[in-house]
Design a protein around this ligand. Structure first.
Ligand code: NCD
Length: 318
């Protein structure tokens, strides 16, 4: 079971350092013959641009290829096939699977039906661990990973990239500042895990007082599609927006990150400042996913620990 990557909670510091180190050492040119003939199955039940295409780019840069389930309307899912059946069949066609699904817990459930490595590329408002690995890679290159003050702002309730990132950061000596409206605070389950890990976490409703202390500001999109009620979305939309002027009070070295897509939470004038790291971050998606797939397909496995983090070791409480 430890071969599947479902949650950031599975990742120890050693696992993270191993994937990041492998990514830094991978040479794109010579990687081309590493996995000739390997096939990656892409099962996306929700929209995706970066995650799907960077996984596809990654497997192709390793010499392999991708098979893509395509749009849900064009697949047997529209005939009522269960997720379990779909992944079971695709696992017979491919050497590894990447799954994105609107239901929290879907990746974990699906992983119980497949014998090839399954990678969670986002399960509803649950987890998005590969995004976290590329986030950490970007941070490490720019400012390191220890001794940091990291601000995470926006939709902390529904944002799966936030849930994964905040959990993974507990492996490092970083303090976390969570900036959001009251209604979009981190779910209790994730907060419980942060506290259990002994991480310093402070919640804020305003960015202004905390901004001068930050080394990293991780901005997120309000996850409109997850709001049960559109009026609730409208009540918070546009509240946490930064522009170049906002950053006047920031440290010179502050980096601004965002998993993308952005809507209007980062004004385009931030792009031209030295703080902006989000496009570089997106580009790192290919490098990190190459490293992950290389480890998963070579038999080395994603996890550094021989006792690979079994899915039974942790409970899904988000
Ligand atoms: C994120 C996601 O899908 O959770 N996108 C991504 O994978 N880069 C963030 C988002 O959609 O807001």
């Amino acid at each position: 079971m430890g071969r599947h990557l479902i949650s950031a909670k599975q990742l120890s510091r050693a696992d993270i350092e191993r994937v990041l180190g492998h990514a830094a050492a991978l040479d794109r040119e010579s990687a081309l013959d590493r996995h000739a003939g390997a096939l990656l199955g892409l099962c996306f039940f929700e929209p995706s641009t970066r995650t799907r295409l960077s996984f596809e780019a990654a497997i192709k840069r390793l010499g392999g290829d991708a098979i893509d389930m395509g749009a849900i309307e064009a697949s047997s899912v529209s005939k009522g096939e269960t997720l379990a059946d779909t992944v079971r069949v695709l696992a017979g066609y491919a050497d590894a699977l990447v799954l994105r699904h609107p239901s929290q817990g879907a990746a974990r459930m699906a992983s119980e039906f497949v014998s090839v490595p399954l990678i969670n590329a986002g399960d509803g408002a649950g987890q998005h661990p590969t995004q976290t690995l590329l986030d950490l890679y970007t941070m490490r290159e720019a400012v390191g990973l220890d001794g940091l003050s990291v601000g995470i702002m926006g939709d902390l309730k529904y944002g799966r990239t936030v849930h994964s990132l905040s959990l993974a950061l507990t492996n490092f000596d970083t303090s976390q500042h969570l900036i959001s409206p009251e209604s979009l605070r981190l779910p209790d389950g994730v907060r419980y895990d942060l506290d259990a890990a002994g991480t310093s976490v402070t919640e804020h409703t305003d960015l202004e007082p905390v901004l001068p202390d930050l080394d990293v500001l991780y901005v997120t999109r309000i996850q409109r599609e997850r709001f049960p009620d559109e009026s609730e979305y409208r009540a918070v939309a546009g509240e946490y927006r930064i522009d170049a002027t906002t950053l006047d009070d920031a440290r010179e070295e502050l980096i601004v990150m965002h998993p993308l897509p952005r809507v209007d939470e980062i004004a385009p004038d931030v792009d031209e400042t030295p703080h902006a790291k989000y496009f570089e971050q997106a580009e790192n998606g290919v490098t990190i996913r190459m490293a992950l797939l290389d480890l998963a397909l070579s038999g080395a496995g994603i996890f550094a620990d021989e006792e690979a983090r079994s899915l039974d070791e942790w409970e899904e409480n988000t």
